[in-house]
Ligand binder design. Structure first.
Ligand code: NIG
Ligand code: FE
Length: 416
């Protein structure tokens, strides 16, 4: 099947030579073509150019022509950090915070991650699959074409595996790219409240071997934070995960700087995520490394915690990736358009930088930048067509509105 999209006001994020990521000053470069067409065949992008260079159609068999009607075309967003699978929402904690409690105080009272673990333990695999599917359909319609999903609300062998099996089913039932991350070390479960050593052993000796045996995850994660897991714990869990072929992608520097970034870089983490608080030592450790600094501004927005110093880091030559962190506690939103807006409004990223961070750099942080994250020949036909908008900067500017009209995944319109 061939799909030709014509009358595209501007084709955004066009790449001649495929790059694995963009860093520093280069993040300001965003290739575009005005008055363009795009051709997709058998799921892949096969051609694009300006309308005046379009040769027309010689074979109408199996060819669908789509009129973008002056809308723009973007590559799908790549959301490299989410906790999409969860058992129930936590708006009660949201109200508690309005009334003065902090995220930390709520967690100390048994809320937070442990609240989600209790809800998840109650839910069946089918229920989790249904609720995650509903959310995923919503995300795809908002332009997301690839998504990383973590476990971490299980905190027992049975429930962690249950979460990852749900992710596996999502992979089998949805056309977008999904990658799974094992986050057993998200918090100490109630049963191991005073026995961190015992829980770490359970992760190393029971959970990780089973996750690997069933081939349920690509990545290993840990919440490296005061009151959760230390840098030494991270080294231990990541090293154990690596022995099972899992690549590290870790939660660090959300509330406190405890040395997680330099250590994660040494461990060859694919990404370090959160980074609301970062110092010069962290920035120096990231320079010249292959670790992608990933920021989650809708978490900062929702918890009213600092936004990461993206501007300073880009100015020092680093790449930045943007993702949602979609989860019921700290970020109950999976809207990448809003993430791009927040990055521009609160982190002083230019629209070009934010779009690069939410596409090609997200693809790097999911190990898929050769096949997704930009408009290039041979990449997947994952794109969205916008409503008629005056410029690509309008997307972050018009925050909270839906500018997306139609979505194509693997070259086929997504209509669920
Ligand atoms: O990335 N920071 C750790 N974990 C999640 C939120 C956990 C929760 O509150 O459910 C996050 O923000
Ligand atoms: Fe997270």
């Amino acid at each position: 099947m061939k799909v030709i999209i014509k009358n595209i006001a501007e084709l955004v994020q066009v790449e001649g030579n495929i790059q694995e990521k963009v860093s520093g000053a280069a993040m300001k470069n965003l290739g575009t073509l005005k008055d363009a067409f795009l051709c997709m065949e058998d799921g892949l992008i096969t051609d694009f150019g300006t309308m005046d260079s379009w040769a027309g159609i010689d074979d109408w068999n199996n060819t669908e022509v789509v009129d973008a009607e002056g809308g723009m075309v973007f590559p799908s967003w790549v959301d490299s950090h989410s906790h999409l699978v969860f058992g129930g929402t936590r708006e009660g904690e949201f109200v508690d915070r309005i009334n003065g409690l902090t995220y930390e105080e709520i967690a100390n009272r048994g809320g937070g991650i442990l609240n989600s673990a209790a809800k998840l333990a109650e839910a069946s695999e089918d229920e989790l699959f249904e609720s995650a599917s509903t959310r995923l359909i919503e995300l795809i319609k908002m332009g997301t074409g690839a998504l990383e999903i973590k476990s971490g609300y299980g905190l027992s062998t049975e429930s962690e595996l249950k979460m990852l099996r749900v992710v596996k089913r999502l992979k089998e039932n949805f056309p977008i790219t999904i990658k799974a991350t094992f986050l057993g070390a998200h918090a100490l479960p109630v049963a191991y409240k005073n026995d961190k050593e015992g829980y770490l052993k359970l992760i190393e000796e029971e959970m990780l071997p089973l996750v690997a045996k069933e081939n349920l995850a690509e990545y290993v994660d840990i919440f490296c934070e005061k009151g959760y897991f230390s840098v030494a714990d991270m080294e231990r869990v990541v090293t154990a995960g690596k022995k099972h072929g899992l690549i590290p992608k870790v939660h660090v520097n959300q509330f406190n700087i405890i040395g997680g970034i330099p250590s994660a870089v040494k461990l060859d983490a694919l990404s370090v995520d959160h980074l609301e608080v970062v110092n010069q030592e962290d920035i120096d450790a990231l320079k010249g490394s292959s670790t992608m600094p990933t920021m989650l501004p809708s978490c900062s927005f929702f918890l009213k915690i600092p936004y990461g110093p993206a501007r300073n880091m880009i100015d020092q030559g680093l790449p930045i990736c943007l993702a949602t962190d979609y989860n019921p506690g700290s970020t109950p939103s999976g809207n990448m358009n809003f993430v791009v807006s927040l990055a521009c409004i609160h982190m002083n990223m230019n629209p070009e930088e934010a779009i690069n961070a939410a596409t090609i750099n997200g693809a790097y942080a999911m190990g898929i930048s050769k096949t997704e994250g930009s408009i290039a020949k041979g990449k997947k036909g994952n794109i969205f067509i916008t409503k008629k908008i005056p410029s690509y900067s309008f997307i972050p500017y018009n925050f909270g509105h839906n500018c997306i009209d139609r979505v194509f995944i693997n070259g086929c319109e997504f209509n669920r």
